[in-house]
Design a protein around this ligand. Structure first.
Ligand code: ACO
Length: 326
């Protein structure tokens, strides 16, 4: 198998900033509660004319440019998202067309906030076996489109954004060392968007019942997240034959600063070894990890040979972790 790693990364967040102060005008909440309970100060909201594939396009252009390839070189596009522009065509087909990536196969991947890691695992196998040379993996979500801005339990948490990477063959000794993926469908009820699917097709009733908004059992998801972030990261390290002390940078899913801090405790890591952007962007679902990765790369926080651990969890329930030698 060929060693596979990241050749270029990029991210995009919409210009519009939604602050905690603004949310105070919308629901019964306050800045202090949101900051202490979640770590979030502001989040980005897509413009009315923007959809997920538009955000994905901006992030993908940067990743492709930094990888030093052309859109026509890409063999595979995977967009990890729970908020595609529409049920079909997929966001990845829309993106393929916008990019002019004519030769690429394209599909969406639905594993919620763990989707980007699932996407990396999927795509890296195609390259490791020699079937494909370059793959574009995007994590992109417009959670504002499925957020109930009358529900203070959820509306403070979510934001919109996209992060992308191009992956391909890298020199021996670098690249992905392991993936740890998992799912527990028995927890599906804890985090869901019930309306608009084949079980409950869009109708005046589903709209009346607010079924097209995220439903979340916050405290149960919190408990699951605290447990799984540590165990998934440790399992990915074990598979890579590395230890906690080998980690140079942790790139966690950004759902709640307290979940991130508990993962840091478990992995015995200082906050300086963690890429955090939840204060500025909130939870962007599949986009949180690739945006953080692209920000770290852009800021020069990662050097050749560094050990990165990405770890996330989300609706499904799903989880994923990966060890990447930069
Ligand atoms: N402002 C003020 N008070 C609030 C707010 C708010 N925005 N939201 C909830 N409260 C109240 C609650 O109503 C409750 O009041 P009560 O005791 O009178 O009923 C009180 O604050 C405490 O509520 P808890 O739910 O216990 O608060 P908690 O500390 O658990 O924080 C939170 C809630 C932030 C949602 C937390 O549980 C969490 O982060 N859960 C995980 C969320 C997550 O990771 N989701 C993943 C989504 S990923 C995806 O796939 C989209």
């Amino acid at each position: 198998l060929k060693p596979v790693g990241v050749l270029g990364s990029g991210y995009y967040v919409p210009e519009r900033v939604l602050t905690n102060r603004e949310l105070e005008q919308m629901v019964d909440t306050n800045d202090e509660w949101i900051v202490t309970r979640t770590g979030i100060r502001e989040r980005r909201i897509a413009a009315p004319e923007q959809a997920t594939s538009d955000l994905a396009y901006e992030a993908a252009k940067k990743a492709i440019e930094r990888a030093g390839i052309q859109p026509e070189d890409i063999d595979l596009i995977i967009v990890a998202t729970i908020t595609p522009d529409m049920a079909f065509p997929s966001a990845s087909c829309l993106l393929q067309n916008k990019l002019g990536a004519k030769k690429a196969a394209a599909y969406d991947l639905g594993a919620a906030c763990a989707g980007f890691i699932y996407g990396l695992a999927n795509a890296s196998n195609f390259i490791a076996t020699g079937m494909y040379k370059y793959a574009l993996i995007v994590g992109a979500d417009c959670l504002s489109r499925i957020t109930d801005y009358e529900d203070r339990n959820t509306c403070i948490l979510f934001g919109d954004g996209a992060g992308a990477v191009v992956i391909g063959e890298v020199p021996e000794g670098r690249g992905f060392r392991s993936f740890e993926l998992g799912a527990d469908g028995s927890g599906g009820e804890l985090l869901k968007l019930p309306g608009g699917g084949s079980r409950s097709p869009a109708s005046a009733l589903t709209v009346d019942e607010r079924q097209h908004y995220i439903y979340m059992n916050g405290s149960e998801v919190f408990k699951f997240a605290v447990r799984i972030m540590g165990t998934a990261a440790e399992e990915a390290l074990r598979k890579a034959r590395l230890n906690k002390k080998d980690i140079d940078l942790l790139i966690p899913h950004q759902a709640n600063i307290r979940i991130i801090q508990s993962a840091l405790n478990r992995l015995e890591l200082d906050e300086s070894k963690c890429q955090i952007n939840i204060d500025r962007y909130g939870n962007m679902s599949a986009a949180s990890i690739p945006v953080a990765l692209a920000e770290a790369a852009e800021a020069g926080k990662v050097s050749e040979g560094d050990v990165l651990v990405m770890v996330g969890f989300g609706g499904g329930l799903t989880w994923g972790a990966s060890v990447l030698v930069w």
